[in-house]
Design a protein around this ligand. Structure first.
Ligand SMILES: NC(=O)c1ccc[n+]([C@@H]2O[C@H](COP(=O)([O-])OP(=O)(O)OC[C@H]3O[C@@H](n4cnc5c(N)ncnc54)[C@H](O)[C@@H]3O)[C@@H](O)[C@H]2O)c1
Length: 274
């Protein structure tokens, strides 16, 4: 019999996923992509009630009632996040992978703390919860955690300082949590994706222009080239399937995902000599 020409993503097929920020943008694309690749169940958390419920209805029509579940949850509220994880475990009895994708980018100085709380602190809290549930050293079956960072984490720029700092923190944290020694105990891969500009609401002009009102080259115009959400999702699915624990990947410009783990190690080695 001829071998199937369709590549199966073995780290997706038949697995139970939890995706944060899954009601819109890249997160919604990931949720759809996972179900298309035969994930067994995908639960997605979001504060956006209307979008989340609409997506859930769409997915139930397409894939059946049990395959997708929207949970309204502000991930920066630890009690809500804990309750959401419990709901997923109660409903599906297992968890194989978590995509920590939710983030915000705000022009309002009053939202600085909220950016840190959602983009970094909640990613840490969710990663720890996922390790507690999936970690082989905690009685789990192992699994995968993907943490979403940004190309901005790899740049020494003056634009979007707080947002960029949260994404740099996510990168450092995820590299550390994915280290070989921890993986050998938990059997949970922790992987970072640095996403390039992608066509979602987070890049709306109103989100960007006031950050750089004194700049000669507004950031809103520099990020006018954005990849399609579909390209970002394809890259992220590839990383879920292929990435080793502790690895870092770039998904940008509508290209295939590529790994920069060695380059980052070399850069950190240079810095450690200082
Ligand atoms: N779009 C880009 O250009 C770009 C570039 C680099 C990195 N990223 C990263 O990719 C990820 C996805 O971003 P996106 O472009 O899809 O953004 P988006 O704004 O389109 O979607 C983010 C989702 O997160 C949800 N969310 C926000 N706060 C939340 C909270 N407290 N609790 C639960 N859900 C919450 C939002 O409601 C929304 O549905 C983010 O981590 C972002 O930092 C995006």
């Amino acid at each position: 019999m001829a071998a199937s020409l369709v590549k199966r993503l073995l780290c997706v097929e038949d697995k139970v996923f939890l995706v944060t920020g899954g009601a819109a943008g890249v997160g919604a694309g990931i949720v759809r992509g996972l179900l298309n690749e035969n994930a067994r169940h995908v639960a997605f958390l979001d504060v956006a009630d209307r979008e989340g419920s609409a997506l859930e209805a769409e997915l139930i029509t397409k894939f059946g009632a049990l395959r997708a579940k929207f949970i309204k949850c502000d991930i920066s509220d630890e009690a809500q996040l804990t309750a959401a994880y419990k709901q997923v475990l109660d409903k599906y009895r297992r968890l194989d992978a978590v995509i920590n994708n939710a983030a915000v980018l705000s022009i309002d100085d009053r939202n600085v703390k909220r950016m840190v709380d959602i983009n970094f602190t909640a990613t840490v809290t969710s990663t720890m919860k996922a390790l507690d549930i999936m970690g082989a050293n905690k009685g789990g079956n192992g699994g995968t955690i993907i943490n979403m960072s940004s190309l901005l984490a790899l740049n020494l720029g003056s634009h979007l300082p707080v947002y960029a700092a949260t994404k740099t923190a996510v990168l450092q944290f995820s590299i550390a949590m994915g280290a070989e020694k921890l993986y050998s105990e938990s059997k949970v891969r922790v992987i970072t994706v640095c996403l390039g500009p992608t066509d979602t609401a987070i890049l709306h002009r109103s989100n960007l222009q006031n950050f750089d009102k004194d700049s000669a080259e507004p950031i809103a115009s520099r990020v006018s080239v954005r990849q399609r959400v579909g390209s970002a999702v394809s890259g992220i699915l590839e990383v879920i399937d292929q990435g080793k624990s502790g690895s870092t990947w770039i998904v940008k410009d509508d290209q295939k995902a590529y790994e920069i783990t060695d380059k980052l190690s070399q850069a950190f080695e240079v810095l450690s000599d200082i």
